[in-house]
Design a protein around this ligand. Structure first.
Ligand code: ADP
Length: 373
């Protein structure tokens, strides 16, 4: 049984198609993240799931029961959903425990404080039960908001950027606490975020949205490593682009040959590589040995290098076309500007897309007859 099903949702505001044919399921205990840039339709999808907004076309089901279609539309309070937003404020005039007890209208009055306290314990806020919201930090308020949303035992939790008001350190802490409680509760969670790191950290599955569509959906590891196009790859990190052109079903680059069997001569291709998948070596006079895994090393000169905390970012001007490639390496590696270096690709982590169609070439990349995928 799926906790939440969105089936062929469309939503138009005047001429704007905010959501186009969005379908997805959320299983019990599963966290699905809607990830995408501002304006791509994430919040509208969430508002439709909650019932605050009504779709132009399509259906919403909770636990297999239709709660909204062309014929009828259940309001949010009749959907067994919990809501959590960035600015979903607690009631300032109620104590922490009364804030949590407030939504427990479906349990006898005498049990409400006991249940509220249980949920405050789950988010490690029981010690603050008699305080008022203004006496709590932002992270503590979010924990209470989570307890309040979960206490009525919703079948579906809908969360819109719930952690984005918190500073980095606190955000990690509150996110981890939220995730463990959400998993225990077995609600289906639909979480909206524009932050790829948050999606990778929280999600069982990520749905990438663009222009109202779900472009790709899958497990974080899968979607990170198998983006369907350059834009999908760009959701998660900065990218390096190496241009090439097909000749006799292969593309020659300064980093070696890539087989491109499905493409006609002169087709332009882009080889996409994330900065952490470039290796860099100081030039000691000899070109590093080539291998099936790394291909051929290409020479360049350091433009600048910066230490970023746990890694270093090095920008290199490539000899072959003066393009700038960015490599990140763990730890401290900050060669001076002008230093000569060799860059090589971790070939199994490269993506190759034809420029025009932007669809992935599915064949493995092969060099010297050896498959590296
Ligand atoms: P996101 O959450 O990804 O930032 P939204 O779902 O808020 O995106 O918005 C998707 C599109 O729908 C945007 O172009 C936005 O301007 C438009 N939109 C959202 N809500 C309304 C509204 N109430 N009236 C008109 N247009 C809206």
């Amino acid at each position: 049984m799926k906790r939440l099903t969105l089936d062929g949702l469309n939503k138009a505001y005047g001429d704007t198609d905010a959501v186009r044919d969005v379908s997805l399921d959320v299983a019990p205990g599963e966290v699905v993240c809607l990830l995408g840039p501002s304006g791509c339709g994430k919040s509208t999808t969430l508002r439709i799931a909650s019932g605050v907004e009504r779709q132009t076309r399509g259906r919403v089901l909770i636990d297999g029961e239709v709660v909204s279609d062309d014929a009828h539309h259940a309001p949010p309070e009749k959907r067994s959903i919990g809501l959590m937003f960035q600015d979903f404020a607690l009631f300032p005039h109620l104590s922490v425990i009364d804030n949590v007890a407030f939504g427990l209208t479906n349990v006898p009055r005498r049990d409400r404080k006991r249940i509220a306290l249980e949920y405050l314990e789950r988010v490690e806020m029981a010690g603050h039960a008699s305080k008022y919201p203004h006496e709590l930090s932002g992270g503590e308020q979010q924990r209470v908001a989570l307890a309040r949303a979960l206490a009525p035992k919703p079948r579906v939790m809908l969360m819109d950027e719930p952690f984005s008001g918190l500073d980095n350190r606190l955000r990690d802490e509150v996110r981890d606490a939220a995730l463990s409680v959400l998993k225990e509760e077995g609600a289906g969670v639909l979480l909206v975020t524009h932050d790829p790191e948050e999606a990778l950290r929280m999600a069982d599955r990520i749905a990438l949205m663009r222009g109202g569509n779900i472009e790709q959906i899958g497990a974080p590891y899968h979607i990170y490593n198998n983006p369907k196009d350059r834009a999908a790859a760009a959701f998660f990190s900065d990218l390096n682009v190496i241009h090439g052109s097909v000749r006799s079903r292969q593309t020659d680059t300064p980093f070696g040959l890539f087989l491109t069997p499905g493409l006609v001569d002169d087709a332009d291709v882009e080889i996409i590589v994330r900065p952490q998948h470039l290796s860099i070596a100081l030039d000691d006079g000899a070109r590093p040995e080539s291998s099936a895994r790394t291909g051929v090393a290409a020479p360049g000169s350091v433009i600048r290098a910066r230490f970023m905390g746990s890694e270093s970012l090095i920008e290199v001007s490539m000899d072959h076309d003066n393009s700038v490639l960015r490599a990140t390496v763990p730890g401290v590696f900050t060669p001076e500007a002008g230093k000569r270096v060799w860059l090589s690709l971790k070939r199994e982590s490269c993506f190759l897309f034809p420029c025009a169609a932007q669809s992935k070439v599915r064949s493995p990349f092969v060099r010297d007859g050896e498959s590296v995928f």
